[in-house]
Design a protein around this ligand. Sequence first.
Ligand SMILES: [Fe+2]
Length: 251
Amino acid sequence: MKYPPIHIRDVPIAKMEEKNGWNISEFRLPITGESGSSTTVFHSIFKPGSTHSKHLHSRCPEIAMYLKGHGLVGQGTGRTNVRAGHFRVMPANSEHFFHNETKDSDAEVIGFYIGAKDVEDTGYKYCGPVTEHDLNTERAGFNEGILVHIDDVEPEKMDEGDGWSITDFRLPISKKNGSTTTVFNAKFMPGSIHKKHMHTNCEEIYYIVSGRGIAGAVVKKLKSKQDIFTIFQRVLSTGYTTLVIVSQYTL
Ligand SMILES: [Fe+2]
C-alpha cells in the first residue's frame, strides 16, 4: 500500500515542550504532512493529573475524540466535563484545554489538526495554565465550537446498494452541526463490510478503536486531486468481535 496502516504502538512519543503547555503523559503524531497527509493526526494518553494547558491554533480547527476516561475541558470562557464517546470541534483562534482531574483513570484522546502538516503549522500559541479558578468554575457547557456525545447521535440510513453494509454508522460531526469536516463512527458486527468505493473530493483518515478487519486501498490519480485512503490501527485484540472505527473526511 502506498499509505500503509500505521499502528500507534510503532509511533515514537513526540517530545513536546512543557513550558508551552504540553504536560501530556504520552503524545504521538502517527500521521503528518511528512507521511503525505494534508491533516495531522494525534494520539494522547493523559494519566491522572496531566493536562494540555490553555492554548489555541491560529491557522486550523482541531477535532478531538475521547476514547477512554474523562476530564475537564475549556473552550473560550466555557468549562464542562467530557467522557469517552464525546466528539469535539475547537475552532481556529479559540482558546481550549483538557485536564485529567481524576486520581485513578487514564484518559485517551485522539484527534486531527485539520489542514495542518504538523503542530507548528497549526499556529500553536500557549495561553497559560489551568488554574484553581478554572477547576471551580461552573461547568455549564460551551458557547464556541461543537461538543456532542455519540449516544445522542442517531444512526444514518445508508444505502446498501451503494456499498454501505455497516452495522451502525453515525456522523457526530458534519455540516449538519456547522463543520466543514465530517467525522464518522462506524460499528461493524461480524461479517459486515464497507464495499469498495472512493471519495473524489477529500481525503479520509480512520482509526481502529477496537476489533480487527481487512482493509484495501488504491490511490487513483484523478484530474486534479488524489483520493488518499490512510489508516492507522490500534490494539488488534482477538477478544473483540465488533470493529469500531472513528474517522474524518476533510473537504
Ligand atoms: Fe489544541
